[in-house]
Write a protein that binds this ligand. Structure first.
Ligand code: SF4
Ligand code: SF4
Length: 272
């Protein structure tokens, strides 16, 4: 249950939303282009063919037989009822939700069932401080990136920890709503999709990888690189990193360092 004043991380506003726990990023091909095409097609199909709950079985069968259902982690369900819930296709969400169906709640037909779908609040609700949640919500206006970041507790916490240590205080999330600081934070979070040292393995997402039967936590073999554990280790794991040499590791540290320092310097030089 959300308390008054809590931020609704799943649907924080008109520019973005998250569908990660409905399996959004668990397709083997979870690139933006692929997910966008998938969600657009099933949203159109839903609106064209579903007139009542009697049509849902046919909808489900059609989606599951026409889309590739190859997964990253077999143990995580990918729900066929996740689609776009606004006209501009800026928000992902549940096509069975009452707000999409003239007040009728159809989620009881889903794999998880209505109660789980309705009552699930992922660990980001508990482990991210309110200001960290607000900072992510304010700095990202893109459903694809937002869902990847708001669910990556290590990435968010580590990024803002280094910034807070540099500033001597937590940054004010209100300052991430517009302007250079928003751009800087967004550029850092964009590493989720543009990171040059990203492992090509498709059974990995952030720090997790799937070994064929269960998913486990990755680690970076610093001994093999002849290096000490990096102070950015958690960030690197969140970015699904693979380093083939100490040179690559140093370059990666430089990218993260520059990004964090630029934010701190600008914040300090432009007191509000
Ligand atoms: S992963 Fe968390 S924020 Fe995203 S939709 Fe699920 S509960 Fe909401
Ligand atoms: S039915 Fe449940 S799992 Fe499926 S999209 Fe809706 S909320 Fe997500």
């Amino acid at each position: 249950m959300l308390k008054p004043g809590d931020i609704h991380l799943c649907q924080p506003g008109p520019e973005k939303s998250c569908g990660a726990c409905c399996g959004l990023y668990n397709y083997r091909d979870s690139t933006r282009e692929s997910l966008e095409a998938r969600l657009e097609a099933r949203t159109a199909l839903f609106h064209d063919t579903v007139r009542s709950r009697d049509d849902l079985e046919t909808f489900s069968t059609l989606v599951r037989s026409t889309e590739s259902m190859e997964k990253r982690y077999e143990v995580i369900y990918c729900c066929e009822y996740l689609g776009f819930i606004d006209e501009e296709h800026r928000r992902v969400g549940c096509l069975l939700h009452p707000l999409q169906n003239n007040g009728e709640d159809l989620r009881d037909v889903s794999f998880y069932g209505r109660d789980l779908c309705d009552g699930h609040f992922c660990p980001s609700y508990h482990y991210l401080a309110r200001w960290e949640q607000q900072a992510v919500v304010n700095s990202i206006d893109d459903w694809y990136l937002y869902g990847l970041v708001i669910t990556d507790i290590d990435l968010v916490k580590e990024y803002f920890r280094f910034i807070a240590e540099g500033l001597g205080e937590a940054p004010d999330p209100e300052l991430l709503k517009t302007g250079r600081l928003k751009d800087m934070a967004q550029r850092f979070f964009n590493f989720k999709t543009t990171w040059p040292f990203r492992s090509p393995e498709t059974n990995r997402l952030g720090k997790y990888y799937f070994d064929g039967s269960q998913y486990m936590i990755s680690h970076i073999d610093y001994d093999a690189l002849g290096c000490e554990r990096s102070r950015f280790d958690k960030i690197f794991l969140s970015l699904t990193s693979r380093f083939r040499s100490s040179n690559e590791l140093r370059k990666a540290e430089g990218l993260v360092e520059d990004s964090i320092s630029a934010f701190i310097d600008y914040y300090r030089d432009h007191p509000q």
